[in-house]
Design a binder for this molecule. Structure first.
Ligand code: NAD
Ligand code: UD1
Length: 344
């Protein structure tokens, strides 16, 4: 029996592949490579020494998905495939809803057809929108403020309805906070297309000299130093959260939602300092206007995941910065770089 990982060639999915293989699972990966590279799967094979069954298919194709289920004995699905750029989702909402929501409906239909009723879903803290206060608990009413966030919220609701229709379904909804960092080997990491939107990849590209300067979006928020506060979480800890969630789906039925965050918030300036301290590389920055749609502070109350999944984040901000920098330094052009050496 194997675990299907949709979007397994992506940033988070590739780290989940490593985590599951190390835990002894057989895995199957499907990905249309719309935001990733086949090289990430080769790197996972290099890290783990295990060959991966990979299908380059789109989850919107029911026929292709059925082939995967016919050719493999699948026990559960970790569903990471999705589009994730907030700005793009505002410009092309139908494309986002089609890919994320319709894609999940098609995947769920195929799972139902093949009697696979265990799923771990990549949701996001973005479903909370602008929280009234922090730390954010799972009981807060979701109020997403853009199509990407709404697509995640809609999927959560659809999956809850699926369980209501048949209580054999066992579904875990994981609301990630801000994943950063990379595998310790420096072989897999975040490889954004074009100029990145998120803070850590921008910091590492400034550090590498690929970008000149970091723009800090606003310093007038009601936070420790006026800059935005976020709950950065090491991607390897996030991957471990999926392993715990998967094991939970085997032992229970129902739908549960968990925040995956550290519970600690860092401001933009604090993250810059932590990066400089961890790497010895200076990050030039300038304060600019706030980014529309940004919230002042967003960090998790991770207590439910600790109690329900027996999970907690182990890596601190120093490891997140060191590992993000190792990935960037070893792979200046991401997966298009020359093959890197394993350094662990
Ligand atoms: P990513 O873009 O690196 O990975 C997503 C993968 O899904 C990509 O490899 C892409 O090619 C694939 N994909 C997209 N649509 C597909 C389709 N229709 N069929 C098959 N494959 C498809 O992103 P990531 O950072 O690894 O995120 C993984 C999941 O976690 C996404 O669902 C994302 O929305 C969610 N998430 C990410 C973050 C974050 O900050 N990275 C935060 C919260 C939630
Ligand atoms: C963004 C997404 C959110 C997604 C999350 C994790 C938006 C509006 N929200 O949120 O949906 O779940 O990423 O992928 O895009 N910052 C700068 N300069 C920069 C980039 C960012 O100062 O060049 C600041 C931001 O203002 C914020 C912090 O850094 O305070 C983190 O930004 P980012 O990495 O984009 O994450 P989120 O804002 O949490």
């Amino acid at each position: 029996m194997a675990i299907l990982i949709t979007g397994g060639a992506g940033y988070i999915g590739s780290h989940i592949c490593v985590e599951l293989i190390y835990a002894g699972y057989d895995i199957i990966v499907v990905d249309n490579l719309s935001n990733s590279n086949r090289e990430s799967i080769k790197r996972v094979e290099l890290i783990t020494g295990k060959e991966i069954v990979f299908y380059q298919i789109d989850i919107l194709s029911q026929n292709d998905l059925e082939t995967v289920f016919l050719e493999n004995s699948i026990e559960a699905v970790i569903h990471c495939a999705g589009l994730k750029a907030v700005g793009d989702s505002v410009k092309a909402p139908l494309h986002y809803y089609q890919n994320n929501v319709t894609g999940t409906i098609i995947l769920s239909k195929v799972m139902k057809k093949f009697n696979v009723k265990k799923m771990v879903f990549s949701s996001s803290a973005t479903v909370y929108g602008i929280p009234e206060f922090v730390p954010i608990r799972e009981s807060f009413l979701p109020r997403p403020i853009n199509p990407y966030g709404r697509s995640k919220w809609m999927i959560e609701e659809i999956l809850k309805d699926l369980h209501l229709s048949n209580n054999e379904w066992s579904i875990t909804l994981l609301r990630y906070f801000n994943p950063i960092g990379a595998h310790k080997s420096g072989l897999i990491g975040e490889d954004p297309n074009g100029i990145p939107n998120n803070l850590m990849p921008i910091i590492t590209q400034v550090a590498a000299g690929k970008l000149n300067i970091l723009q800090v979006y606003g310093n007038c928020y009601p936070t420790v130093d006026g800059t935005g506060v976020r709950d950065y979480i090491h991607v390897a800890d996030l991957a471990n959260g999926h392993l715990k969630a998967l094991e939970k789906t085997f032992n229970s039925s129902g739908v549960e939602v968990y925040n995956l965050g550290t519970g600690e918030g860092y401001s933009v300036l604090e993250l810059i300092s932590a990066f400089e301290l961890a790497t010895g590389v200076r990050i030039p920055y300038k304060i600019t206007q706030p980014r529309p749609g940004d919230v002042a502070a967003c960090y998790a109350d991770p207590a439910k995941a600790r109690q329900g999944l027996g999970w907690r984040a182990e890596n601190g901000i120093r490891e997140m910065c060191e590992d993000a920098w190792r990935w960037q330094s070893n792979n200046p052009d991401g997966y298009l770089s020359e093959e890197a050496e394993i350094r662990c």
